[in-house]
Design a protein around this ligand. Structure first.
Ligand code: IMP
Length: 179
């Protein structure tokens, strides 16, 4: 599996440092607020586990699953809710935890939905930001690392459901998806 990676963008050590630093900042920013972390499955799982353990607050965690890719490498822009939250967001300060923001179609759609459902505030903490891919103007509140426009996998990020279990983030060899 590791042979399919042409360049490592974030090592395990760097990811730990990001989770630690971002967790401290979120702890400070939300210290007097009621915080609900919302993870977007499946890519958020490793980052949610690491980030949440670095936030020293009594918070809630909930998950939802939305899809946009349908197995390829380009976002379709057509967002579907595959699994909804198991708690209300009404009146709550929501922090969405994401693996990556690319076109921003997913995060803008989910933010609008949660605001519509009565969330008091909605922000995002993302491990990676790929601003070159934007189709909508959006600046995430918390960004682990800004990366160039490449297709990356690992640490939750997949290509066709594979590579999520890599402990680092790396650029996938285009030979894997260009047939
Ligand atoms: P957006 O709606 O285009 O911002 O895409 C967000 C979602 O697309 C992420 O949560 C990922 O699931 C997926 N995605 C975007 N870029 C990549 C990538 O480079 N590798 C793997 N998944 C990606």
């Amino acid at each position: 599996m590791k042979n399919d990676i042409i360049e490592i963008l974030l090592t395990e050590q760097e990811i730990n440092e990001i989770a630690n630093k971002m967790g401290k900042q979120i702890t400070e920013d939300y210290k007097d607020k009621d915080l609900l972390l919302v993870g977007l499955l499946k890519g958020c799982v490793p980052f949610m586990a690491d980030l949440s353990r670095n936030i020293d607050l009594k918070l809630d965690i909930a998950y939802m699953a939305v899809s946009s890719y349908h197995g390829g490498i380009n976002s379709s822009g057509d967002i579907k809710i595959k699994m909804d939250l198991d708690m209300s967001v009404k009146g709550r300060n929501v922090l969405i935890v994401e693996d990556i923001v690319d076109t921003a179609n997913t995060i803008v759609t989910v933010t609008e939905l949660l605001i519509h459902r009565g969330a008091k505030s909605v922000k995002i903490a993302t491990l990676l930001d790929k601003p070159a891919g934007r189709q909508k103007v959006y600046v995430p509140a918390y960004i682990g690392k800004t990366i160039p426009k490449a297709f990356v996998v690992g640490y939750g990020l997949d290509y066709d459901e594979k590579y999520r279990n890599l402990p680092f983030v790396g650029i996938l060899d285009p030979k894997v998806y260009i047939k």
